[in-house]
Design a protein around this ligand. Sequence first.
Ligand SMILES: [Cu+2]
Length: 100
Amino acid sequence: MTSDTQAQTQTSGSCCSGSAASSGGCADTGAVTTVYAVTGMTCGHCEGAVSEEISALPGVSSVKAEAATGKVTVTSAAPLDEEAVRAAVDEAGYELTGRA
Ligand SMILES: [Cu+2]
């Protein structure tokens, strides 16, 4: 008599179920994480410079740059314009080569 196990209703569409709440995307989680590939970073100072510039972009809540891997993980409230990120990386003195 374990019929209860089937009582677990699937939370399908938990992301986009509230269609009226957010138009144009799955903003339910409240954050978007994108990983970019950046060349030229060699040390912690580079990581800091890249992080600082990207952090200044509107909507960005956190940036994690890794010189060892050349990857920059950016968390933002909404998807970022890649050109804006590229410009920020360029401003720091490095080059964004695309998404990692
Ligand atoms: Cu450096």
